[in-house]
Design a protein around this ligand. Structure first.
Ligand code: AMP
Length: 338
């Protein structure tokens, strides 16, 4: 089995701009009993997104990618208007993907369709970024969206849960793929799928794919990295470096408080370095949480003897750009797909 990138002469990918057109196509896939893999994105695609698409190509007969910058997950002060939009480049990246199955019929697989809905189609009742002004139907996953990212972005996961529920209902995927990069989002969505008894996908068919990183300095790939100035970009791997240092402390027997302190101390060093270069680094949080419930660990908690998994995550501002990252400590089985 191999996945290669080659640029075909013209794009073979169907582009659906309306829910109605997509549904006709999906009906046909149901009738012919073909599996549909789904990768939801906000566009500005990079190798992290493509790793999800490659997984889908390998595991499904058909693959659909959605590109939709979802207004409901941006707070009024956040970057909805300036979020990078690079559709022609996104299409050329997707057109270049090809997966060669090892087994007959050996027909190479390429992305089948892109779903590009309008805001009006996705939010028939309209959508305001100001939650107090919103009307219509919204989805909340209580207990999963208030900690970690939710502390600084209190309406973010309501927006994510709502749009992904809509997308699942439209796309009707056999399998869906999300990045570990946004681990809280993926775990919250697994809970949502289970709680709402969705059938497309089922809970076990919501897959979490490891974070794709810069090959040299380990920075997690993100559409928002383009916001970084050269000096900020150079310092940005400090978050991942701090998490890795803390992970080693945890593995050596430190408790949660000491592990978090270790990461914060490392970031303090980066902060001083930043100051010398005119870059302001501000830590938002470093947290350790249970991967099933997302509950925070107690201060004295140490690694369990069974090696059960813990999420070590953090967010920090590099200048005006907020970056997030995480590491899963312990046994990944059942959390992250290989
Ligand atoms: P976004 O376009 O940022 O909403 O991301 C779409 C999907 O790609 C989400 O499931 C993200 O978690 C995933 N993703 C983003 N960055 C990465 C990365 N560096 N590695 C793996 N998945 C990623």
């Amino acid at each position: 089995m191999s996945i290669s990138a080659s640029v075909p002469s013209s794009s073979h990918i169907l582009v659906f701009g309306t829910i109605k057109d997509y549904r006709q196509w999906r009906e046909n896939a149901f009738e012919t009993r073909r599996s549909v893999g789904f990768v939801p994105t906000m566009g500005a695609l990079h190798d992290g997104h493509l790793s999800l698409v490659k997984r889908s190509l390998a595991e499904n007969e058909l693959t659909v990618i959605s590109i939709f910058v979802n207004p409901a997950q941006f707070a009024p002060h956040e970057d909805l208007a300036t979020y990078p939009r690079t559709l022609p480049h996104d299409l050329s990246l997707l057109s270049a993907l090809e997966y060669q199955p090892a087994n007959p019929p050996n027909t190479p697989r390429t992305p089948s369709a892109i779903f590009l809905p309008s805001v009006k189609d996705m939010y028939p009742s309209g959508i305001s970024q100001d939650v107090s002004q919103q009307k219509g139907t919204f989805v909340e996953v209580k207990g999963y969206g208030e900690q970690m990212e939710g502390r600084s972005r209190p309406t973010f996961f309501r927006g994510v849960a709502t749009v992904v529920t809509k997308l699942f209902n439209i796309i009707q995927p056999t399998n869906a793929y999300f990045g570990q990069k946004d681990i809280q989002q993926a775990i919250l969505l697994r809970r949502l799928v289970g709680d709402l008894h969705l059938s497309h996908p089922t809970q076990s068919r919501l897959h979490i794919v490891p974070t794709a990183r810069d090959a040299i300095d380990g920075l997690a790939l993100s559409s928002r990295n383009v916001y970084l100035t050269p000096a900020e970009r150079q310092l940005a791997p400090a978050l991942y470096t701090a998490l890795r240092g803390a992970a080693r402390t945890w593995a050596a027997g430190a408790n949660k408080r000491e592990t978090v302190q270790h990461a914060l101390k490392d970031l303090e060093v980066a902060k001083h370095e930043g100051k010398n270069q005119g870059v302001e680094i501000r830590v938002d949080y470093i947290e350790m949480n249970d991967p099933d419930t997302l509950e925070g660990l107690g201060d004295e908690q140490v690694q369990r003897s069974d090696g059960s998994a813990v999420i070590l995550s953090g967010a920090a501002w590099f200048g005006r750009t907020r970056l997030i990252d995480n590491i899963i400590l312990g046994n990944l089985e059942g959390i992250i797909a290989k």
